[in-house]
Design a protein around this ligand. Structure first.
Ligand SMILES: [Zn+2]
Ligand SMILES: [Zn+2]
Ligand SMILES: [Zn+2]
Length: 142
């Protein structure tokens, strides 16, 4: 079931206009723990126009609703941002976990990336940290 109130509030907070496509895509992100690739989206929304789908993701990213994750697999993945993220300022910098077994990527939102000291002449613009291994889900399946 789509919780339309919640969806509209989330979109409104990021100054995104609600459309049928945006609503269902956001709902999909809300319902999953894992990061989503464009390919996942295409499979999920196979009945939709690809261009509209891609444009939706682009808008979400530009408005600070989603962040992109490069986990070392071939496709960029996306996950929901903190409610205070904006396009220029992402306050939810966190490591990501890539499971080599189920190939899922999850946000480690409670973990912070350590500050890396590389000397005063360097300007760090972003830091990405990918942790690889077996996720708790795969680890418990006998
Ligand atoms: Zn963010
Ligand atoms: Zn796994
Ligand atoms: Zn993340």
């Amino acid at each position: 079931m789509i919780d339309i109130k919640k969806i509209e509030t989330l979109l409104h907070n990021k100054k995104i206009k609600s459309t049928a496509m945006r609503n269902v895509v956001l709902q999909y992100f809300l319902n999953t723990e894992k990061a989503i690739s464009l390919k996942d989206l295409e499979t999920e929304f196979h009945y939709s126009d690809r261009t509209t789908l891609f444009r939706t993701i682009k808008t979400f990213k530009e408005k600070g609703l989603l962040h992109a994750i490069k986990d070392g697999s071939n496709s960029t993945k996306y996950a929901l941002c903190h409610k205070n993220c904006t396009s220029e300022n992402h306050i939810d910098i966190h490591p990501h976990f890539y499971c080599v077994q189920c190939k899922n990527t999850i946000c480690l939102r409670k973990v912070s990336i350590p500050t890396i000291n590389i000397g005063s002449n360097f300007i760090i613009q972003s830091t990405e940290l990918i942790v690889k291994g077996i996720c708790d889900n795969c680890n418990t399946v006998a």
